[in-house]
Ligand binder design. Structure first.
Ligand code: EPU
Length: 421
């Protein structure tokens, strides 16, 4: 298995292009299940999770051709709408095929994703919504079997008991081909949800209100394929912002909209980091120790859980004490013991981590059990004295395109060590 070796101490400088958003691209690729013909998706990040989704779609019978950041998908009727365990276990976002399959074929069987390192992550809200739209749901042998006795889903009013991103996306994708009007309330407002609505509307759907917590979908009889370029990845951008700040660097993030990063930028500013809109990008830099800044994660537009670990890496070096509270996932502090091994001073009590800033971190051999935790260890490695070796890089490869090359381009000393070296 590959590892990443970082020699800490370099100040990050220069510009870095932000890739397409992983969490927008995943549901967008699934829209190809909704219409036959040639779909073309551009600005798709070259990531392990995208390759996993491509395999899932191929398994369902679609032709998927990935050429760098362009993914061409030929949609065609699916003979067996089944998402097997072998695919879903690799990536729980595979559950995003459920909505489109049920919408189009009136039935689907999808392996239940189960929990993962960061939490139990049930899909009860996805299923509750499909049930309200007239589907029968049965859990059998680890699979959720969904069938629609009437053949076609019926529009319904569905209130989410909690905010769920993929739940909102699944039900929106299901409702576009339902008969009648669906109203989703307490819907997730994430930019990735809004982006999915944009693609569905380009395909001929009628979705209004995405980006707010009430989404209204008028079902249509059929959809057509589209050509679409995916929005940039706000979490990748935020991660480079944290790396720039931690190394007291000066970095320009190219091609990313500031609008999606308001809450993140506000917290970085409170910490003494300069973050400015610059043309079609963002300029970020820092010339001082960060100020301790409390953060509580919450659904968009608040501070995202997907930036919590990276912000914590920055706060490890703050001049004083702060608290970071995680409200979305019950087990998303796995980076804490590893950061402490690098000399950080963090104590976790329930959902809150108390961070007492230290003057220095030291390089160490570390590993992480999820994507964003891995990113926080990379940031810690960039500022630590000496060498940091990050193991289990496959987590990082799920969500960061060519991270070692992008960081090297900014002046860091980072290399990938192949597994058999
Ligand atoms: N939840 C339920 N029932 C449901 C659905 C969710 O209890 O039916 C709970 C979850 O267990 C969690 C909370 O609701 O505690 C929020 O989960 P959500 O469904 O919003 O998460 P998700 O849709 O599975 C997406 C992103 C995650 C990101 C979260 C929160 C994708 C593919 N994944 O997950 O991204 O952390 O929203 O913003 O969009 C990442 O990129 O590193 C990542 C984990």
């Amino acid at each position: 298995m590959d590892s990443i070796r970082i020699e800490g101490g370099a100040r990050l400088e220069g510009s870095v292009r932000i890739s397409g958003a992983k969490n927008a691209a995943l549901p967008i690729l699934c829209t190809a299940l909704l219409a036959d013909g040639e779909h073309s998706f551009r600005n798709v990040p070259e990531l392990r999770d995208i390759r996993t989704m491509a395999q899932m779609l191929r398994h369902l019978g679609l032709d998927v051709d990935v050429q760098e950041s362009t993914v061409a998908v030929r949609g065609r009727p699916v003979a067996e709408p089944v998402a097997p365990y072998e695919h879903v276990k690799k990536m729980r976002a595979s559950v995003l095929v459920l909505g489109p399959l049920v919408a189009r074929y009136g039935r689907a069987s999808v392996s239940l994703p189960g929990g993962c390192a960061i939490g139990a992550r049930p899909i009860d809200q996805h299923l509750k919504g499909l049930q309200a739209m007239g589907a029968d749901i049965e859990i059998k042998h680890g699979y959720v079997d969904v069938s629609v006795p009437k053949g076609r889903l019926l529009g319904a009013e569905i209130h989410f008991d909690l905010t769920t991103v993929t739940g909102t996306e699944n039900l929106m994708s299901a409702a576009v081909l339902a008969k009648g009007r669906t109203i989703l309330t307490n819907a997730a407002r994430e930019p990735e949800v809004e982006e999915l609505a944009r693609v569905l509307n380009k395909m001929g759907a009628n979705v209004r209100g995405a980006g707010t917590d009430v989404i209204v979908i008028e079902g249509v009889d059929s959809l057509h394929p589209v050509d679409h370029a995916v929005i940039p990845d706000r979490i990748e951008a935020g991660t480079y912002l944290a790396a720039a700040a931690a190394t007291r660097g000066d970095v320009r993030l190219e091609g990313v909209s500031f609008d999606y990063l308001e809450a993140v930028a506000a917290k970085f500013r409170a910490a003494g980091v300069h973050v400015e809109r610059e043309g079609d990008g963002i300029r970020a830099g820092c010339d001082r120790s960060p100020r301790p800044t409390d953060v509580t994660t919450a659904p968009y537009p608040a501070f995202p859980t997907d930036m919590q670990a990276q912000f914590m890496a920055l706060m490890c070096l703050a001049e004083g004490q702060c608290r970071i509270t995680e409200t979305i996932f019950e087990n998303r502090f796995m980076h804490v013991p590893e950061l402490n091994r690098m000399g950080a001073n963090i104590q976790v009590n329930g959902r809150t981590a108390t961070i007492q800033g230290v003057r220095k971190l030291q390089g160490a051999q570390v590993m992480a059990t999820d994507l964003r935790a891995s990113a926080s260890l990379v940031i810690a490695g960039l500022v630590a004295s000496g060498t940091t070796e990050l193991r289990r890089v496959y987590h990082l490869d799920r969500g960061y395109e060519r991270i070692e090359k992008k960081l090297s381009g900014l002046g860091a000393t980072v290399e990938r060590i192949p597994g058999d070296a």
